[in-house]
Design a protein around this ligand. Structure first.
Ligand code: GDP
Length: 457
């Protein structure tokens, strides 16, 4: 895995026009690119005022700051240059075009800077994922978790586990290599087994986290469901405080699943409007219904909206049938249309059903002072706000489970212990952890991981 000999460049800041644009260059020609554009190489890691010229005709393009990070002490591990310019489209186009004319320089692909950092050993794979999550983080809780991961919370731990397994493996292999050294056998195998057991316990503990980390990455998924016209879209809009869904007096206008991302007191919540869930003969609508059902079926919480003004039976069985595996709340909407007496009588019957109930009006906002704190509380409990999770992706979980399986099998060996079996299982455990941090055998997963990155990162 050597760094490619190409020098790459890209606009690393956001979409122009903007006050400032950051253009990064990484690779063996980064220094030459600086020479060509600003006529000098600044002191390492120090911002220098620079006048950028078109290398072909020496016309000034812009004035800005230039930074020089010689490898390997740079983000990518290669020679890296960074230009901070005015963020106008023409400025950026002109600088990128000038860079493109320099021998050996080309535009970077999505995630290529980070990929080089990984390939040069500057970041392990869990840190790369943490970085991707940090860029994607929408709430405080997600940002914190991503930042920890980027700083190596899981990566360092996995690396330490891997080292310990390799040490245990070395003991077993020593035993295999020198079977006849009378006084060593048990002294080699026993400490190897003790270490394997410690590791098994630690990994087991890391995995017993109720998927906290993955949950926080994905957010609490809340489906809004219920009969047509109950006010599902209105509730979604009220929660999102913007017109995300079509609110219409006609039944069945919201055909697809509408998804809104919310920041609820620092916790990420994805709201799904499933207003389209109702039986229909129209094939287009049927497909919408199918998708809505599928998506809502996986929700962590279902808000079943009822029209309090039309009354009707509480369809407890229907709700349970439709959402067998989800937490469910009943939201009585349109309380502005009904008398306090009716609300009282509704309240008196709801204790018979097992779901928490809330009385609101999406129109005049009443009832939200009770409903919203309950929702925030639910998100906090569900996503867990206390201990940081080591495992934040399914990939991590699978790698750890695979290491754990190998350790389990290793520890099932009873005297007379088959040393070859023990060594092989330890090797498998080390490989699983090596894959987790990206040390071994990961070519097949890299494209998936770096696909999430934008160009310039
Ligand atoms: P959906 O089909 O369940 O998504 O229902 P909508 O949100 O489209 O609402 C259906 C109709 O009920 C619309 O005309 C809304 O303006 C109205 N509506 C929704 N919530 C309330 C409410 O709290 N009070 C009153 N009076 N009308 C509401």
């Amino acid at each position: 895995m050597n760094a490619s000999s190409d020098t790459i460049f890209a606009l690393s800041s956001g979409r122009p026009p903007a006050a400032i644009a950051v253009v990064r260059v990484s690779g063996p020609q980064a220094g030459a690119a600086l020479e060509a554009l600003i006529g000098k190489i600044p002191e390492p890691r120090r911002a220098a005022l620079a006048r950028l010229r078109d290398p072909d005709n020496q016309e000034i393009i812009d004035e800005g700051l230039a930074l020089w990070f010689p490898g390997p002490r740079s983000e990518t591990g290669e020679d890296t240059a960074e230009l901070q310019l005015h963020g106008g489209r023409a400025v950026i186009a002109s600088v990128l075009a000038a860079l493109g004319r320099i021998e050996g320089c080309r535009l970077a692909e999505a995630g290529e800077f980070t990929r080089r950092a990984f390939e040069n050993g500057r970041l392990d794979l869990t840190r790369v994922e943490g970085l991707a999550d940090l860029i994607g983080a929408e709430t405080e809780a997600q940002r914190r978790q991503a930042f920890r991961q980027m700083r190596g919370l899981l990566g360092d731990r996995a690396e330490a586990w891997r080292t310990a397994i390799i040490e245990a493996l070395a003991l077993v292999e020593a035993r295999i290599d020198f079977p006849d050294e009378g006084d060593v056998p048990e002294d080699l195998i026993r400490p190897a087994l003790v270490r394997a057991k410690e590791l098994r316990d630690e990994i087991t503990q890391a995995l017993a986290d109720q998927r906290r980390g993955e949950r926080l990455r994905e957010g609490l998924v809340v489906a809004i469901a219920g009969p047509p016209n109950a006010g599902k879209s209105s509730l979604l809009n009220r929660l999102a405080r913007r017109d995300a869904a079509i609110v219409s007096p006609l039944a069945g206008t919201t055909r697809d699943v509408i998804e809104v991302h919310l920041d609820l007191d620092g916790f990420p919540v994805t709201l799904l409007d499933t207003a389209g869930i109702r039986d229909s003969l129209d094939p287009v609508e049927q497909e919408g219904v199918r998708r809505a059902r599928e998506r809502a079926g996986g929700a962590d919480l279902v808000l079943w909206v009822m029209d309090a003004s039309t009354g009707g039976e509480i369809p407890g069985d229907a709700i349970a049938q439709e959402f067998p595996n989800n937490a469910k709340w009943i939201i009585w909407n349109k309380t502005d249309l009904v008398s306090t007496l009716r609300i009282k009588s509704l309240r008196s019957i709801i204790h018979k059903i097992e779901y928490p109930s809330y009385f609101i009006s999406a129109l005049d906002d009443s009832g939200f002072d009770e409903f919203m704190p309950a929702l925030v509380n639910h998100a906090r409990t569900f996503l867990g706000s206390t201990e940081p999770a080591l495992v934040t992706r399914d990939r991590h979980r699978r790698a750890l489970a695979s290491a754990l399986g190998a350790l389990d099998r290793a520890l099932q060996e009873r005297p007379p212990i088959r040393e070859e079996v023990l060594a092989e299982e330890l090797r498998l455990a080390a490989t699983a952890l090596g894959r987790l941090v990206g040390r071994v055998d990961v070519e097949d997963i890299l494209d998936v991981i770096f696909r999430d990155f934008c160009i310039g990162k």
